[in-house]
Design a protein around this ligand. Structure first.
Ligand code: DGJ
Length: 740
């Protein structure tokens, strides 16, 4: 049983082979945290971990017990009042203006498996043996309000999921002003905090800093999870590396504005909270109404950062992604955006697709510009019907031609947006989220549709349904190209404006869900100016995401390396694009561009007809190679071996589940002259198996490859003049395919 309740001490112990999470009901009836970390033996009484007896001088003690102070106790879901003066998980106001609540234990239930969360993404399991769940019901009797804390532990993964629900039964209303998904109070602050930060075209760069007293956070108030701060943070011990040591990762299954913070108090306790961003959030509950938070996921690893990431990858591949493409190899695609931008017609598109089909590419994706009067980015968004001057046979006709040449067909949409120059805006200017008293900001000449309104989501669904129904569409790229700046709904009364940001995301999820239900075989790829909404919430609907608009192979080393901290290669859209690259104007070899993109949902984004015959042949070979090994690239166990943030050389590898195949990617940014010999110690191999290495007559056992390392030295510099596969100089890369 992974969840035990010890009634004599009112203690809950969630555990599996690798982790334990322990809390108990304190003497004031609220839940107090005891431990989160490596697995402990189960027992009836863990109350020594409360450490209550050590301080008698706490300022906010309870009547009759000078030892009991919430200022010092670690808690499961702290509230304002009663002596805890750190950030509360939840802040609620009563009609009389008071913020004081006290939720005391009423009951609990433990069951196999896990329930879904209505309208929100959540981890799930097919087989109820894979997870066990706990619900703890607490109550504030004075207001007749219930708080339920939900926990799930995975049986075979070091993973805990949490969220909370508040149900108000009292007569007078209450107003939520902050409602986080979780709270964990860690006993010390000897951690470095890792975050994935960046901006457009340099998403999810890894940065790390020691915790310090006070609050440190990552957040978004942009209406999407953002390129600026991914909804993720990890805490690692100083000595923790990629391969060894203790760390824990936290992420939120949510795509809107969020807050993830660590508060280090004056006693070195680190309080971690994740949830909807409390700024501009306000949710009033009348009698009988409830509010449920998004889900947060914790991963614990004693095997370094790779161990943490691998647990996230397994969790997301097996227990987050849904539908036809779950655990399936992703089709190799070609996208016309960087090949044509808005300048295309049916014949041009078919020509690009024909060249791609000859190379073995499986899916053609028609990007922006196919609808309304969308000839540039000033107009057309919102008018989801084909532009017949470009596509005389409409989407159905083009799709038929693409299928006739043996490819699947995919389509770009941006359903949440509208241009003022569009039929939709002319018919419904009130559907745009702005405050009409002010001049609104635009982003890329577009405005955000008010997805907190049901009729807007219905209307967009109907338009898209009209396009998809009858056209054989196999893939959709769902883009979202601006942040939100004036979040105001003209359909909501003044006391409901604090809901709009969250209701917007619920509207997005609802549209996804409806399209998925009606078109279950469509593969969705989410996108937001590249990777601005790359989060675990989105993966519940769209199994892959466009990682970044930056398609330069060297830039992608950092972006994909950082992204892999949380997200598996199966979900990272990665394309080979033209040189000079359109974002950084860099020239990189064609094989390096592919060698980086292979570790993802692979594709091309250039006009193949412009390549030389030699290059076309190289593309054909790349596609054949990817078809043979894509399962290892996309679903193998991924190891980061050398970081682009710390070195001129990046090395990573993927190992098949049975460890019979491994592919090591080696990338060197700049050439160096007369350097020493080098070896890279590999990971995850079967130490007794003998592996052959492509391009050599070498056969080496896994133990040697992991302990002594794989020799990567070469002669690409100096007077020798030798090359590796005919390539030399800067931006070179190699793939080592190891087979046992
Ligand atoms: C931003 C995306 O990230 C690009 O890939 C492309 O789809 C453009 N939008 C189209 O407008």
């Amino acid at each position: 049983m992974p969840i035990q309740y010890h009634s004599s001490t009112k203690t809950f112990h969630l555990y599996n082979d690798s982790i334990s999470y322990i809390f108990m009901i304190l003497e004031n009836g609220t839940p107090g945290q005891l431990y989160y970390g490596s697995r402990l033996s189960d027992k009836e009484d863990f109350s020594e971990l409360l450490e209550m007896k050590r301080r008698a001088n706490a300022p906010c003690t309870y009547e009759g017990n000078l030892l009991f102070s919430l200022e010092h106790l670690k808690q499961e879901y702290p509230l304002y009042g009663h002596g805890d003066l750190r950030y509360p998980a939840c802040s609620i106001q009563k009609e009389n203006g008071s913020y004081i609540f006290e939720f005391q234990y009423v009951s609990h239930s433990i069951y196999k498996g896990k329930n879904r969360i209505k309208g929100l993404p959540a981890i799930w399991c097919e087989n109820s043996d894979d997870m066990e769940s706990l619900e703890v019901v607490l109550e504030d009797q004075r207001t007749d309000t219930q708080l339920t804390l939900y926990y799930t532990i995975c049986t075979h993964l070091p993973v805990i999921a949490r969220h909370a629900l508040i149900l108000h039964n009292g007569q007078s209303s209450i107003t939520l002003q902050r409602m986080m998904s979780c709270n964990v109070d860690l006993i010390d602050d000897a951690w470095d905090m890792i975050q994935l930060s960046g901006a457009w075209s340099r998403e999810r760069h890894v940065s790390s800093t020691p915790l310090r007293p006070g609050v440190q956070s990552v957040y978004s108030m942009r209406g999407h999870s953002s390129a600026q701060f991914n909804p993720f943070l990890a805490l690692k011990r100083k000595e923790c590396s990629e391969t060894a040591g203790e760390c824990m990762g936290f992420t939120l299954l949510y795509s809107g504005s969020y807050l993830a913070q660590v508060e280090v108090d004056n006693y070195h306790v680190s309080r971690v909270q994740l949830g909807i961003h409390p700024d501009c959030f306000e949710w009033t509950l009348q009698q009988g109404e409830s509010f449920e938070t998004p889900e947060a996921v914790y991963v614990y690893s004693e095997h370094g950062l790779n161990g943490m990431s691998q647990a996230f990858h397994k969790l997301f591949n097996h227990h987050l992604v849904r539908g036809t493409y779950r655990l399936q190899d992703r089709p190799i695609l070609i996208n016309n955006w960087e090949a044509t931008y808005f300048d295309f017609d049916e014949e041009k598109i078919v020509r690009i697709a024909e060249t791609a089909a000859k190379a073995g590419i499986e899916l053609f994706v028609l990007d922006d510009g196919w609808f309304g009067n969308r000839n540039d980015d000033h107009r057309g968004l919102g008018d989801w019907y084909a532009n017949v001057s470009k596509l005389p046979h409409g989407i159905a006709g083009l799709s038929e031609r693409i299928h006739a040449i043996g490819m699947k067909f995919g389509l770009w949409i941006e359903p949440e947006m509208v241009n003022m120059d569009s039929d939709l805006y002319r018919a419904h200017p009130e559907w745009v989220m702005i405050d009409p008293d002010y001049v609104p900001c635009h982003g890329r000449n577009q405005y955000v549709l008010d997805f907190s309104r049901r009729e807007v989501v219905d209307h967009i669904f109907n338009m898209l349904d009209h396009v998809l129904d009858g056209a054989d569409v196999n893939y959709i790229k769902w883009d979202m190209n601006r942040t939100m700046s004036e979040v105001y709904s003209r359909s909501h009364s003044s006391d409901r404006q604090g809901r709009v940001m969250h209701e917007y995301i619920l509207g997005v999820y609802d549209l996804y869900e409806r399209l998925m239900q009606k078109y279950p075989d469509i593969l969705f790829e989410s996108c937001a100016s590249g990777g601005s909404r790359f989060d675990a919430g989105m993966l519940y609907y769209a199994p892959q995401a466009w990682t970044s608009d930056n398609s330069d192979a060297i830039e992608r080393l950092k972006i994909q390396y950082g992204t892999s901290f949380v997200y598996p290669p199966s979900c990272m859209g990665a394309h080979v694009s033209a040189v000079p690259n359109h974002q950084v104007f860099r020239n990189t070899p064609l094989n390096t561009r592919a060698n980086v993109a292979f570790y993802g949902a692979f594709g091309y984004e250039l006009d193949l007809s412009k390549l030389s015959d030699e290059e076309k042949e190289e593309v054909r070979q790349q596609v054949a190679f990817m078809k043979k090994y894509r399962h290892v690239f996309q679903y193998g166990t991924f190891y980061r071996l050398s970081s682009p943030f710390e070195s001129n050389e990046t090395v990573w590898m993927s190992v098949s589940e049975d460890r019979s195949t491994a592919i090591v990617g080696y990338y060197r940014v700049l050439n160096e002259v007369n350097v020493g010999y080098r070896r890279v110690r590999l990971a995850g191999l079967d130490e007794n198996a003998v592996y052959t290495i492509n391009g050599t007559d070498q056969a080496t056992d896994g133990r040697e490859l992991m302990k002594a390392g794989l020799v990567i030295s070469d002669y690409t510099s100096g007077e020798n003049g030798e090359t590796y596969n005919g390539r030399n100089g800067d931006f070179i890369s190699r793939l080592y395919v190891l087979e046992s």
